[in-house]
Ligand binder design. Structure first.
Ligand SMILES: C[S@@+](CC[C@H](N)C(=O)[O-])C[C@H]1O[C@@H](n2cnc3c(N)ncnc32)[C@H](O)[C@@H]1O
Length: 246
C-alpha cells in the first residue's frame, strides 16, 4: 500500500511542512509571545511541567524552555519524523524533556501522559483541528483533567471562518509568505504557481475547522474559567482557559 502523501508519518510531507509552511504562518512571533505572557500571568515565573500536544518540531516547547529554565516538558506527537525533528531541535534541553509517541485522537494518550501530571501548562499549535468536533471536545476535557488547579491551556489554532473573506485573507498571507521565500531560490516558482500548489496542498482535507466561539463555549462547559481569545488574525487564533483553583 502506498504511503498517504498528506500523512504526518511521511518524512517528505513533514520536511515540506517545516521548510515551506511553518515559517510562513503569519503572526507566529506574536502568537508565541502571547502564549508566554499568558503562562506567566497564570503560573508566575516558575513553572513545573508543561505539555506540548502535537508538538511537531517543538517550536512552542522551545519558547517555553527558553523562558522557564527550570521547567520540564512533555512533548506528544504521533509522527516519528516530527518527534525526531523535535529531539534534534531541542537537544540542548534533552535532560528536562520527555518525548512520547501517542495519538491524541484516541483517549489512551492520557495514560501515557498521566505519570507526568498534574501539568501547569498545556499548549498546542495547529494540531487539534485535525480531529472531528466531538473528539476535540473530549480532548479538551482530558486536558482539563490533566491540569493542576489554576493550570492553563493555550491553543494556537486554525479556526473556522464565518465568511469566505476571512478564509481568503489567510490564503493570501500564506501564499505571499511562501512566495517571499521562493524569491530567494533559483529557479523559482511564479506567485501563480505557488498559489496553485497551495490550493492543491495534500493536507487541506485533514483540516476540520470549528468556530472559535463554539470552541470557547466547549471550554466553559467543561469548567475552564478565564476563557478568551487572546489574539486573532483571520482564521488563526490563540485561545484557551484556566482550570479553577480548588
Ligand atoms: C501543523 S503541525 C504543528 C506542529 C507544532 N505544534 C507547531 O506549532 O509547529 C501539526 C502536528 O500535530 C501532529 N498531530 C496531528 N494529529 C495528531 C494526533 N492525532 N496525535 C498526535 N499528534 C498529531 C502532527 O504530527 C504534527 O506534528
Amino acid at each position: 500500500m502506498s504511503e498517504d502523501p498528506s500523512s504526518w508519518q511521511n518524512p517528505d510531507f513533514v520536511a515540506k511542512f517545516l521548510e515551506n509552511v511553518r515559517g510562513a504562518i503569519p503572526l507566529t512571533i506574536e502568537q508565541i509571545e502571547v502564549m508566554l505572557q499568558l503562562i506567566t500571568v497564570a503560573r508566575g515565573e516558575r513553572i513545573g511541567t508543561f505539555l506540548d500536544l502535537g508538538c511537531g518540531e517543538g517550536v512552542l516547547a522551545d519558547a517555553i524552555l527558553a523562558e522557564h529554565p527550570e521547567a520540564h516538558g512533555v512533548l506528544v506527537d504521533f509522527s516519528e519524523p516530527m518527534l525526531e525533528g523535535a529531539r534534534q531541535h531541542l537537544k540542548a534541553h534533552s535532560h528536562r524533556l520527555e518525548f512520547l509517541e501517542a495519538d491524541f485522537a484516541q483517549p489512551a494518550w492520557v495514560r501515557r501522559v498521566a505519570p507526568h501530571a498534574p501539568l501547569d501548562v498545556v499548549v498546542s499549535g495547529f494540531a487539534i483541528h485535525h480531529l472531528p468536533d466531538a473528539r476535540k471536545q473530549a480532548l479538551y476535557r482530558e486536558i482539563f483533567d490533566l491540569l493542576t488547579p489554576e493550570g492553563i491551556f493555550i491553543n494556537i489554532e486554525h479556526v473556522a471562518s464565518a465568511i469566505r473573506w476571512t478564509e481568503s485573507k489567510l490564503d493570501d498571507y500564506m501564499i505571499d509568505a511562501i512566495f517571499g521565500k521562493e524569491l530567494k531560490s533559483s529557479p523559482r516558482k511564479s506567485r501563480a504557481a505557488v498559489a496553485r500548489d497551495y490550493y492543491a496542498r495534500a493536507d487541506q482535507d485533514a483540516n476540520i475547522l470549528a468556530p472559535l466561539e463554539v470552541q470557547c463555549d466547549w471550554l466553559r462547559d467543561i469548567g475552564f474559567e478565564n476563557v478568551d481569545c487572546f489574539l486573532k488574525m483571520a482564521e488563526l487564533a490563540v485561545f484557551g482557559g484556566q482550570r479553577p483553583a480548588e
